[in-house]
Design a protein around this ligand. Sequence first.
Ligand SMILES: *[C@@H]1O[C@H](CO)[C@@H](O)[C@H](O)[C@H]1NC(C)=O
Length: 432
Amino acid sequence: MKIRLFLTVAVIISATVTADYVRPLPRKTLQFPWNPKSPSYPQQVHISLAGDKHMRVTWITDAKSSPSMVEYGKLPGQYDNFAEGESTSYSYLLYSSGKIHHTVIGPLEDNTVYFYRCGGQGPEFQLKTPPAQLPITFAVAGDLGQTGWTKSTLDHIDQCKYDVHLLPGDLSYADYIQRRWDTFGELVQPLASARPWMVTQGNHEKEIIPFLKDGFESYNARWKMPFEESGSSSNLYYSFDVAGAHIIMLGSYEDYDEYSEQYRWLKGDLSKVDRKRTPWLMVLFHVPWYNSNKAHQGEGDDMMAAIEPLFYAASVDLVLAGHVHAYERSKRVYNRRSDRCGAVHITIGDGGNREGLATKYVNPQPAWSVFREASFGHGELKIVNTTHAFWSWHRNDDDEPVKSDDFWITSLVSSGCVAQKKNELDNILMTP
Ligand SMILES: *[C@@H]1O[C@H](CO)[C@@H](O)[C@H](O)[C@H]1NC(C)=O
């Protein structure tokens, strides 16, 4: 009797330990009931960093007469300041967008809560500016879409304390149906109106129609990022500083060879980075270079061949990509080999879109790949100080966030790589 009980317990324990994670099924696209509002009611409010101590507030109104004005202050209902901005709109086949307002507010104090109102009416929103110094925490999720899993990912991000959201491409999955850009804007408003969302574009933002539409029209109109503030001539690539990090957002679908405008801008941007002020250097783009999933296998190779040597010389600490609907983390790598002065590459295209997960992997797992799993989830990056940052990946295990991978990253400043490569970088940056 005793032996049998013991055996039963042993079997149960071993089954629990070895049981594979049972992956939940895809979830449906969310339904957004029609919710009529007055024509000048602000909709789809989101904010983004816009140069030192400034924030861009973006929202949409049906009314073309609504002013692009934001009132703001540090106490609820008391707006000591206001700013006027600009607006745009676009047509896409039979669709006409509302009036898209972009208004930059500031100078703002660091790490401070502000209350604000858009266009002189509607509800009061609340935002918090990021800290001036480390520590800082980023939430990271790409390939979001607007399904039940997207909702789950957003709920989990909402539970974590973070300063800035980073999104490596594929936002709404509107895919030509412009109304879906509006429903996506409504879906993310509770988070994106409270913390800056810094995004770069993916293939689902292209929406090209031969001879009619060049691409990225809706994305550029709705998700204006600080490209002018960072000396770029295109909303598809830009950079910004926040606390002790310099973050570069690149366009996987823009020309990137050494004669391209993007490459020229990137070199200029890297020449301005001061690792004493921003010891951490991070880059985001959509198509991963280090990917051992069968989905999109090899798609990042050309961009990697063009840009990885520059990143290596510049001692990029961390690269975040999306596109593949799964999670993967690499060692510090360069040229597909483990390298103490290379970047850590993380694919985080698992936000929850309607296309579902990418479950097939190349085997054996390449030596550079540390952890890979096809589940929806989000990442959190806490940069603690000049030398240490903590990354964690939180899988959407049903409706609970479960931390399934984490590790400490030590910076390339602290490992001596930045100092060691200074001449190499200067040589590359000085070559016209
Ligand atoms: C940076 O943070 C790490 C991890 O918390 C800690 O071990 C280290 O001592 C810190 N370094 C400095 C200079 O404070």
